[in-house]
Structure formats: C-alpha cells, structure tokens
Design a protein around this ligand. Sequence first.
Ligand code: KG4
Ligand code: ZN
Length: 342
Amino acid sequence: MKILTLETSCDETAAAVVTDELEVLGSVVASQDELHRRFGGVVPEIASRAHLERILPVIDEALRVAGVTLERIDAVAVVNAPGLAGSLLVGLAAAKTLAVARSLPLIAVNHLQAHIYACRLAAGREIFPCVGLVASGGHSNLYRCDGPLDFDLLGATIDDAAGEAFDKVASMMGLPYPGGPAIERAARGGDPRAYPLPRAFLQDEDRLDFSFSGLKTAVRYQLVGPGKSDFSEVRLDPRQVADLAASFQEAVVDCLVAKAFLCLRRTGLATLCVGGGVAANGRLRERLEAESRSRGVRLHVAPPRLCTDNAAMAAIAVERFRAGRFENLDLDVFPGVVRTAS
Ligand code: KG4
Ligand code: ZN
C-alpha cells in the first residue's frame, strides 16, 4: 500500500510517497528560504503563491524518485492543520483534486503530530506512549502522546515560538534567515554565559508553558537599548556576535529541556520524542541526550532532515489509514492549534 503525502503548511512545498511498512520511497522538499530571506521571515502571500507554482512539479518529482506512477497510489494524505491558511489551502486543493480524479481515499494530517511521528519513522519501532516536544517556527508544544492517534496538548508557548525567536533575534543581529541555523553557526566558540538573559518560567514547576518574547526583548536591549528599533547602527565584533548567539541559544535550550523533563515527571512517561525545525539544533540535541542519559529517559530526536518541514513525516497518515479515518471532500484547513487534534 502506498500513500502520497503533501505538506504545504508554511514555506516548504513537499511531497512524499510512503508505504504501510513506513518505508519512504521518495521525499521531495522545495524550500522557499530564498524568497523570504530579504524580509527576515515568511511572508504568507508570497508563500502561498510559491506553493501554487511548485506543488505539481514537486508531486511529479516525488513520484519519479519513488519510481511509481499515480496509478499505483492507494491514498492521498495532506497536512490541513495548523499553519498559514493560504499555504494549507494549496496542498488541500491539490490533494482533493487527486482524490477525486483517481477515486482515492483522502486522509488529513496534523502538522505537529507529524513532527513527532518523524521520530517513529526514524526509530523504525514503536515510540508510544511518549511525551512529544515540537519546537518549530510556529509552535513550541508539549504533548502527552498515548498513541499515534491520541495526542493531548499539555503545554505551549504563550507568545513567540522557539524558532520564531531564533529568526527574530538573528534578524536583529544582522544574521540571515532562517535564523536558527545562522545562530547555531554564529554561536560556535561563543560563551553561553557571557550575557545574562532571562529564562521564562524556568523555576516554575506548576507551568508547562514557554515564553520567548521577553528573551527576544532582552537581546534587543543588549543591541540597541529600550525604545529603539534601528538595528542598522549596531556594531558587534565577532566575539560579541558569538557570545550573544551562544547566550541566546543556551537560554532557549534551557527552557525547552526543563519543560520537556517536567512534562515527563508530570505524566510519569519514560520516553521523550522531539521534532520540529529547532530540534535540528546541535546544542539542544546534546543537552537532551545528556539529560536523558542521566535520568534514564528513552530519547528519540528526529534526524535533522526530518526536523524541518517535509512530507515524509506525514507518514502518520498510515496510522489513520489503518484506523479507517478518512475525510470527505468538504475537509477544510485549520490554521490554529487544536487542543486534542486527533
Ligand atoms: O518545523 P519547521 O521547518 O517549520 C515550522 O513548522 O515552523 O521549523 C522552522 C524553524 C525556523 O524558525 C528555523 O529558524 C528553525 O526551525 N531552525 C532551527 C535550526 N534549524 C531550523 N533553530 C535552531 N537551530 C537550528 N539548527
Ligand atoms: Zn513544522
């Protein structure tokens, strides 16, 4: 059984062909980073137009790489939540069209659940039940995952997502978009203790939430001072860039690690699965590994190529296929996070 999966929730146009054995036969991602770079972040209208241009060539390419034709596809799955409405609609329209044209069952995929499922794909064995941490450009969420169709949202950011903070801080520091990899590179050799930056709710054992906007403002004050917004005058020497990048990165990592392990203690679960673009960060991976080792937690972090947006992780559609969870053609997009999204 082969499923064609589509992912257009943000600024990557992606398609993959996966089997019911969770084998990825072909996976293609067309990044739009170049288009959004000069704006320092994703521009929704540009993103949806680019998806429109790319979706059909990307599907063709995924089928070609997989070595299958559309006639050999048994179902079509599409990410319909959460994300940018205009972007999600492009994938959904393509999926519905294929479903109608080829009489294929249609499967809905939640983008954040797919980020966690990337760990299942990479592990090659069961990961549930687990605590799931998704740290991406749009979300920083903690889930109790009792099974592939049973996700319960236990914590989230109350303002910026972790990746969004990376992108905004990079932009303030004059580093390129996307900010996460740029800050990680800049932080190499930097002193993570050079700048004292805030870690929201770190000591608060009652909260599973994140907040990164105060941290972002603290970096801004280091650069230009309160009330100022002109970053063109900022002059940092290479040591200061490395130290500030390392200090910021460490503050984000401290919060993500602390709340993930608080969630494990709260739920009594012993497995932690981490996905989303920020999970590609080497320092976060290092700290998660060290902490898991010392606490006896089984850790799965998606491999970097499955952390950033892709359609292979939408293989979670296989689980929905098995459970007979199919959609009608009136399926809509849901840009916001649904608390229990199964
Ligand atoms: O999951 P993703 O590809 O898209 C969303 O669902 O948002 O995540 C993109 C985010 C961006 O904010 C990007 O800066 C961040 O992931 N990111 C990283 C790294 N690579 C990507 N953040 C920190 N370190 C990285 N190496
Ligand atoms: Zn994502």
